[in-house]
Design a protein around this ligand. Structure first.
Ligand SMILES: C[S@@+](CC[C@H](N)C(=O)[O-])C[C@H]1O[C@@H](n2cnc3c(N)ncnc32)[C@H](O)[C@@H]1O
Length: 259
């Protein structure tokens, strides 16, 4: 089997698709590239890049495959409960109105979970929840607010009955919750971060990045938070020595901006 020319492919993707593959953990990513390339029938990455260039379907399939979109509402329910408690007891005491960013939000289950928490507890938002992802296709789906039963497994009966309508085998979020979230395309590696945020929820994406990229993201997120603001990470994304980023641990996977 010939060795694949990953350097060529990384450069090609950066130029033509504006994604910096070099930011991601190499072994895992290359394995995925190889699998999806072989599925397309291409024998080399040069051939595969030609296919991506000439066929929107193959391009979409490639982007869908490398951006892993697995998600659900209130992912790690216990952590979300602690987070909700902190929003009610800590944040809303410190700030009159809060700005929230759900980064790498996939199909929207995460920002919509936040919207339900805000609505249920009558917390005052400064502006709509900003929800971003690198994957435009997934954002189109997110905007529909339509979900499968399996994605709702952590949604309480209260939230289900108050915020969703069942249409055939799908659950559709009501317009009030959908209107609380603004979806935008955003690349955590290449794009600027919105400043003056009170909450950043960034979960289950930094695990895919190389250490130096992950650290740069946490540094920039810390800068984007106001003093006392909170960063909520995924259940495998412990930040070691958070002080180096100007953060302090307040609970498992929840960090506060220090100064
Ligand atoms: C596993 S999902 C996590 C979804 C949600 N945050 C959760 O924890 O359930 C990872 C998401 O990160 C997005 N992603 C990957 N690379 C990204 C990047 N460079 N910038 C922004 N989002 C990215 C993917 O498109 C995908 O939707």
């Amino acid at each position: 089997m010939s060795t694949l020319n990953y350097d060529f492919f990384y450069d090609w993707v950066q130029t033509h698709l504006n994604i910096r593959l070099g930011a991601y953990k190499e072994k895992q990513l290359n394995r995925r590239i190889q699998t999806i390339m072989r599925q397309s029938g291409a024998a080399s990455l040069e051939e595969y890049s030609d296919l991506i260039y000439g066929d929107e379907g193959i391009k979409k399939q490639f982007l869908d495959y490398i951006t892993i979109n697995v998600t659900e509402f209130f992912r790690n329910k216990d952590l979300f409960e602690t987070f909700e408690e902190l929003l009610i007891t800590d944040l809303s005491m410190k700030f009159d109105k809060i700005s929230i960013w759900s980064a790498a939000c996939s199909i929207g289950a995460e920002p919509y979970s936040l919207a339900m928490i805000i609505d249920r507890n009558n917390l005052p938002l400064k502006q709509n929840i900003l929800a971003t992802d690198i994957d435009e296709t997934i954002l189109q789906r997110a905007k529909t607010g339509t979900f499968k039963e399996s994605e709702l497994k952590n949604v309480s009966l209260f939230d289900r009955t108050h915020y969703f309508n069942k249409e055939a085998d799908r659950y559709v979020l009501n317009a009030h919750i959908r209107d609380m979230v603004d979806f935008k395309k955003h690349d955590l590696v290449l794009d600027e971060f919105r400043p003056n945020l009170h909450v950043i929820v960034c979960r289950n994406v930094t695990i895919y990045f190389k250490n130096e990229v992950k650290e740069d993201i946490y540094r920039r997120m810390s800068r984007a938070l106001v003093k006392g603001g909170l960063l909520f990470t995924g259940a495998t994304e412990t930040i070691y020595q958070p002080e180096q980023f100007g953060l302090k641990k307040v609970s498992s996977f929840i960090y506060e901006k220090m100064s």
